[in-house]
Design a protein around this ligand. Sequence first.
Ligand SMILES: Nc1ncnc2c1ncn2[C@@H]1O[C@H](COP(=O)(O)OP(=O)(O)OP(=O)(O)O)[C@@H](O)[C@H]1O
Ligand SMILES: [Mg+2]
Length: 437
Amino acid sequence: MVMETSTSNAPARPSGHTTATKHTHQHGILSFTSITIIIISVISILALLLVLLLVVMFRRLKSPKRNSNCKDISIINNTNSSSRFIAHTTINFTSSPDVKGGCLYGSNVVNRTSTSKHRGVQVFTYKELDIATDSFSEANLIGHGRFGVVYKGVLTDGTVAAIKKRHREGKQGERAFRIEVDLLSRLHSPYLVELLGYCADQHHRILIFQYMPNGALQHHLYNSNKQYPPLDWGTRLRIALDCARALEFLHEHATPSVIHRDLKCSNILLEHNYRAKVSDFGLAKMGSDKINGQISTSVVGTTGYLAPEYASTGKLTTKSDVYSYGVVLLQLLTGRVPIDTKRPSGEHVLVSWALPRLTNRDKVVEMVDPTLQGQYSKKDLVQIAAIAAMCVQPEADYRPLMTDVVQSLIPVVKNLFSAVSSSGSSRFQQHMSSSRY
Ligand SMILES: Nc1ncnc2c1ncn2[C@@H]1O[C@H](COP(=O)(O)OP(=O)(O)OP(=O)(O)O)[C@@H](O)[C@H]1O
Ligand SMILES: [Mg+2]
């Protein structure tokens, strides 16, 4: 039995052995195949990733370089006007140009864009400006302001410029100087006075502006020494539209938006053809400083032009500029100054005197500047008075946006121009014929 068992079991051993050997061999083959597949897959994935990486790198190299520090890269083309906001510098509003070796160098500020018609802001030495103004001579003096003295000068390339030498005013003055350089290096509009350059040589802080041959609107409206002829109705409305466009540009097209904070007749300057441009950005504020839609700040500006909510609480919005604009519009309409204590009581403050009259069709005629008699149609007068009334509303929310003001003024100015061109000729007609709306 044992033998039998043994004999009968004998062939089973090699068979069992054979099975065991086969199994071991098959397992080895499978492992090798799996490993090979895994290795090939990993290599394929890596190769694919490498190709993708190369494609991405190639595309990046081909695309134009972007500067991550530049907040406002976009170029906004205004379809209604030729105002443009060109961020062709990389100035960050939180930083200002560096002072190096006694001169304020905005290395980015002086960059020029070949595609821009603006020459860019140049850095001048004090010596260059001393030569340009004949040592800041009395003969070249144009005017005095709160913050400095303005001279006429001729730059080395022959450009006539207005050179504003700021008073030394400590930290506040330094801040205003930097704001003006930073802002005007970025903002370009036909409705803003162009900054040509600046000088920060040692303690000097000087701004060089495009020269505006007809000076400030202030001097034309309150022309006591009869230096200028009185402004006609059409010219006044055209000036009103130019200023409205300047503010529309600052509020709606600049990014971040800008609040001028000191719009008034002495900061509205006139070209030889009486086209108006807004100047003086030393007090301006950026919309990016907003908290809950408004900026809390100390109250600066000029008495008579300050919106009531801003004057009483320091809360500043673009609607504060709209109020100041309304005061300018009232000045154009009435020929009065914002505050005049020499007038009878009840007429000292222009806005308080004008508001109840502006919406009264009979009374509105009585408030027009006497030098304008007969130049306007009552329909236009009523419309302009209504715009002024909206702008000087005591409640900021009731004041219009500057875009609305622009849109309301365009048809009035347009119709006036058509009427003037089909009748006689005037200064207004002459400059309207060379201008766009
Ligand atoms: N770019 C310019 N072109 C021609 N004249 C200018 C120019 N800038 C300023 N002026 C003249 O210089 C005068 C003084 O200007 P400035 O801005 O210093 O003071 P202001 O606007 O009159 O008053 P404030 O300092 O209170 O704002 C202006 O009234 C204007 O007549
Ligand atoms: Mg000024």
